[in-house]
Design a protein around this ligand. Structure first.
Ligand code: FAD
Length: 500
């Protein structure tokens, strides 16, 4: 029991997109019917409707909620995702996979990529992806979950999902409503602030009804009705580093065989995603309106589909950047209302998940302790900024000069934090990262080498191994990965096996 009986009682979640329903599901599950929680969404204003590729952390969210994986995969028409293939990023014609999970095997406590880089220069090694189960299995459209196989890579297969965003929202809606969340369909017209402290007091609906609460969670998407329109916290614009501001999304027929990975193909002023689901394929062309008109972007999108289109292309405009505060007074912004960094590394749903975890960790009482709010904001800024650097890396690390867009990206100044990472890696292949950063050393290494950024040197301890020994080790890692992938079924067979 709260010592001053300051416990909040009423919570309103504004918005019924992925952010709103993920928040509702988690609060319903963990607040145990002790709070009155209402989700308000308009049936007039649609959700963004994209957001179908994820990263492995989503499994933690699902497991914490107690969601059964086979049921989830079947009901959201999900496929498994082992990584992202990047095509045409370093140079046109290039392709590499940023795979989740392990890369080779560290030798004598030195990360694998240092050995690989020496071997590669001596023509003793194949491309980096040959030493990572996730990359090799992706190329062969294979998938399985981990099995108990000792220290084999098959014992630790790291994966995420690709799912239908609409079905995912419905799935979570059902879950949330079962856990006591009230669902109200109504459009919010205005917001009233308390004159004494500027907290949100009530939302006025189009029908004149007013809803009040102690805590408001803004999941209203890019409209950011509460955190921005009502509380005016301000926005930090990142377009100079992440210049894409538009996307055209279109669905096409399902693919056979079914790839267990997302693909991001660079075009002349942006890139195109391909997300294979069980029943259809999600596609979209993310581009910069400064460098390309929407008509041309649509033409490129439609010309580069791998299966016939089954919907009309839908245009979505966005601005890359983040809110200056994510939690202000009695309002917490979760989802697109908090900011957007474009979908290149499928990080937005993860940001929703981690904001929810952080809200539960610093859950307020009526005093809305400022120290809690400050820590929530500090951690969220750190997460946003470090993910931002990883995404900018893909644009900056290009050798393309075939279009104005790529010349701009190649020459643009980057944040100091990213410039330092480049400098260190260029020198000797080290990746410096704070242990709380989302993307691992392997992720950085795969993208850097994948986009032809190569270090001048490697870890000096590598030279303690003779060239014969080096060749033997590198070859044996490749063989282990090959044998594991040979053993794996196709994703299609695996989905049938689990009843997906
Ligand atoms: P929305 O989906 O926009 O939902 C907003 C909700 O607020 C709606 O229910 C709406 O009805 C409600 N609302 C708004 N105004 C009012 C009002 N006045 N009254 C009542 N209700 C209101 N993320 C990933 O993780 N992976 C991806 O692959 C990925 N791809 C993306 C591609 C693109 C082009 C874009 C733009 C985003 C992508 N994202 C991706 C991000 C992802 O789509 C979003 O993070 C996620 O869908 C959450 O959106 P949201 O719920 O915040 O907003």
């Amino acid at each position: 029991m709260n010592k001053n009986n300051q416990a909040i009682k009423n919570i309103v979640i504004l918005g019924g997109g992925t952010a709103g329903w993920m928040t509702a599901a988690a609060l319903g599950r963990f607040l145990n019917n002790s709070y009155q929680i209402t989700l308000v969404e308009s049936d007039n204003i649609g959700s963004v409707g994209v957001g179908e590729a994820t990263i492995p952390q989503i499994q933690v969210f699902n497991k914490t909620l107690g969601i059964d994986e086979a049921d989830f995969v079947a009901k959201t028409k999900a496929t498994f995702k082992l990584g992202i293939e990047f095509v045409n990023w370093g140079q046109q014609g290039d392709s590499y996979i940023h795979g989740f999970g392990h890369l080779g095997q560290d030798l004598n406590a030195v990360p694998f990529h240092h050995f690989w880089w020496k071997a590669r220069q001596l023509n003793l090694a194949k491309p980096l992806g040959e030493y990572a189960l996730n990359c090799k299995a992706s190329w062969q459209n294979k998938f399985m979950r981990s099995i108990d196989a000792g220290n084999s890579p098959l014992s630790d297969i790291v994966y995420a999902y690709q799912f239908d965003a609409g079905l995912y929202a419905n799935y979570l809606k059902e879950f949330a409503c079962k856990h006591g969340i009230k669902h109200k369909i109504a459009e919010v017209e205005s917001t009233l602030l308390k004159p004494e402290n500027g907290h949100i007091q009530t939302l006025t609906l189009k029908n004149g009804e007013q809803i009040s609460a102690d805590l408001f969670i803004d999941c209203s998407g890019m409209r950011a009705l509460l955190i921005d329109k009502a509380l005016k916290v301000g926005f930090e614009n990142w377009q100079a580093w992440l210049p894409c501001d538009s996307a055209l999304a279109v669905a096409s027929e399902k693919l056979t065989p079914l790839p267990p990975y997302t693909r991001a193909t660079a075009h002349s002023a942006g890139w195109q995603w391909r997300i294979p689901l069980q029943h259809r394929t999600g596609n979209g062309h993310v581009f910069s309106s400064e460098f390309m008109q929407a008509e041309q972007a649509e033409k490129i999108l439609m010309q580069n589909l791998d299966s016939p289109a089954i919907s009309q292309a839908k245009l979505i405009n966005f601005t890359t950047g983040k809110r200056k505060s994510f939690w202000h007074k009695n309002c917490v912004a979760i989802g697109l209302s908090s900011g957007f960094m474009e979908p290149l590394e499928s990080t937005s749903i993860h940001l929703i998940q981690s904001a929810i975890a952080r809200l539960l960790a610093f859950f307020p009482d009526k005093s809305f302790n400022q120290a809690n709010i400050n820590e929530f904001n500090k951690q969220t800024h750190f997460e946003y900024d470090t993910i931002r650097d990883f995404i900018i890396l893909h644009y900056k690390a290009t050798q393309r000069t075939d279009s104005e867009f790529w010349r701009y990206c190649k020459n643009m100044p980057v944040p100091d934090s990213l410039a330092e990472k480049f400098e260190l890696f260029n020198a000797n292949g080290h990746v410096s990262r704070n242990k709380n950063e989302l993307f691992s050393e392997n992720s950085w290494v795969e993208v850097l080498f994948g986009q032809n950024i190569t270090p001048d040197s490697y870890h000096p301890l590598v030279d303690m191994m003779s060239e014969t020994e080096l060749a033997k080790n590198i070859n044996s890692i490749e063989q282990v990965v090959k044998q594991c992938v040979d053993y794996m079924p196709s994703q299609q067979e695996y989905l049938q096996h689990i009843g997906g």
